[in-house]
Design a protein around this ligand. Structure first.
Ligand code: 13P
Length: 211
């Protein structure tokens, strides 16, 4: 894919996420790792529903701003994932309602605030979804906490803030963010009930079969 193709796809996914209520106002940001080692990231205060592909910020391999509009203030959050996970080709951060509700409910030390209810949650998001303590949006102090959690997990939940999800490609990361939101919706629907969770063996089988 050329950089122009990736810019268009990023705007297309942003519009789709916004149209379906996964993001409102100027909430959320998306980044992609490019073949030359640099990155694209959505501009700060931009609406995911109305991204102009040409104005998406361009960063160099050291996350320095080299083109496009001023980058998201959450560059640190995205950098934490790329540095912690060699397999991360894209990162999606949303304030999607159900996942954020769980991020407000979960105990501060929660290692896994969304249980393995469905195969697609495990296949897309993985075995673990750690909760990272609260930091003010844009606070660079969040970087080490996210990097530590992401070393062992494809996605994290930021307490009282929302999910951050990585994927090998932009498409993978968006699909995983959507799956995470649906899993959070199920977890909330089933709150107070005693749902049948996937067993450890079933989770292992999914991860072995689908990676
Ligand atoms: P930016 O507009 O700087 O990307 O911040 C939005 C956001 O989601 C903060 O967490």
């Amino acid at each position: 894919m050329t950089e122009a193709d990736i810019r268009s796809l990023l705007a297309e996914f942003g519009a789709s996420l916004f149209a379906r209520g996964f993001s409102v106002g100027s909430a959320g940001n998306i980044s992609v790792r490019l073949e030359d080692g640099g990155y694209l990231i959505t501009p700060t205060n931009s609406c995911l529903g109305r991204l102009d592909p040409a104005r998406i910020a361009r960063l160099d391999a050291d996350f320095g701003h080299i083109g496009g509009d001023k980058p998201s203030k959450e560059v640190f959050m995205h950098r934490a994932f790329y540095r912690a996970r060699a397999d991360a080709g894209a990162v999606v951060h949303l304030h999607s309602t159900m996942a954020t509700a769980i991020a407000c409910l979960a105990e501060p030390d929660a290692a896994n605030p969304i249980p393995p209810l469905t195969p697609y949650f495990v296949m897309r998001v993985g075995r673990r979804l750690p909760l990272v303590p609260y930091y003010r949006p844009g606070d660079p102090a969040m970087e080490p906490a996210i990097a530590a959690a992401a070393a062992d997990a494809r996605a994290v939940l930021l307490a009282n803030h929302g999910p951050v999800v990585s994927g090998k490609t932009l498409t993978d990361a968006v699909y995983a963010a959507e799956e995470l939101e649906e899993a959070a919706r199920l977890a909330l629907l089933l709150r107070g009930a005693t749902p049948r969770l996937l067993t450890g063996a079933q989770v292992d089988d999914l991860l072995t079969t689908f990676g």
